[in-house]
Design a protein around this ligand. Structure first.
Ligand code: T5A
Length: 218
């Protein structure tokens, strides 16, 4: 979807509050940075909530457990509808009400994860995923998306260090994981105003400094 696509007109950013999503491959450091940004907003006494996808609601957490514990490969569309169901409920129950009060929402993964994991990494068109998002409440875009860019080597090294059992997506081939990185870079190139690429291979402090520099003043 680009600016000239008729689909583009069906999407909007929230009028109130500040909506920020974080994206990246496995182990890119999203949760680490989200925690730091939450502390930043807390220090400013700004009401800020942290949410994750899939999950964030009691229904969404059930879907999260179902997909991450899945042992055999699903069709990309089956995966897509699980993420969309979780997302729609999260928007309705948590994200939109908090933004309407003028609050800050920090979200670990959002629509770009579906565009990359279920479309680009599987060789599907991203138009299909955008089309599914044109219906409320899914037609909301964040004010800012931080994409934490790391190499395949760093991603695999961090997953190994963590040492816990691999989930459904972590168990996919290295080829799939390389496609994720390529997919994210493609997406960041398509939507440079919303998606800011930050090198996730830097120290935690340096990544955070770069994030603060790109934070919208809303
Ligand atoms: N998914 C999700 C889809 O396929 N489609 C969708 O639409 C959606 C929404 C979710 C899975 O679902 C898929 C994508 C995912 O595979 P998840 O458990 O939430 O699963 O997985 P991730 O989001 O990938 O979470 P991770 O915990 O793996 O990664 P994070 O949050 O990016 O990384 P973080 O902060 O936990 O850090 C990982 C490790 O690296 C260290 C940390 O200490 C930690 O050990 N670290 C650093 N080390 C050195 N330098 C730094 N700068 C570091 N930052 C962090």
């Amino acid at each position: 979807m680009n600016q000239s696509s008729p689909l583009h007109a069906t999407f909007r950013t929230p009028e109130k509050g500040l909506f920020i999503s974080f994206e990246g491959a496995e182990g890119s450091g999203k949760s680490t940075q989200i925690q730091k940004l939450k502390e930043h907003f807390d220090s400013l006494s700004r009401s800020c909530i942290v949410l994750r996808e899939p999950g964030g609601t009691s229904f969404g957490e059930k879907l999260r457990a179902a997909i991450l514990n899945q042992e055999t490969k699903l069709h990309a569309m089956a995966e897509t509808f699980v993420f969309l169901a979780s997302r729609a409920q999260l928007l309705e129950e948590k994200i939109l009400p908090h933004l309407a009060l003028g609050g800050v929402v920090l979200l670990d993964r959002y629509v770009d994860s579906t565009l990359v994991y279920q479309a680009l990494a599987r060789g599907e068109s991203i138009e299909k995923i955008w089309t599914l998002h044109q219906f409320a409440p899914l037609n909301i875009l964040p004010h800012r998306t931080f994409y934490l860019d790391i190499s395949l080597e760093v991603s695999l090294e961090r997953q190994l260090k963590r040492g816990q059992n691999k989930d459904y997506f972590e168990s996919q081939s290295n080829d799939f994981q390389a496609k994720l990185l390529k997919g994210y870079r493609t997406l960041a190139g398509l939507y440079p105003e919303r998606i800011k690429t930050i090198s996730g291979a830097q120290s935690v402090e340096d990544v955070f400094r770069d994030i603060l520099q790109e934070l919208p003043h809303l």
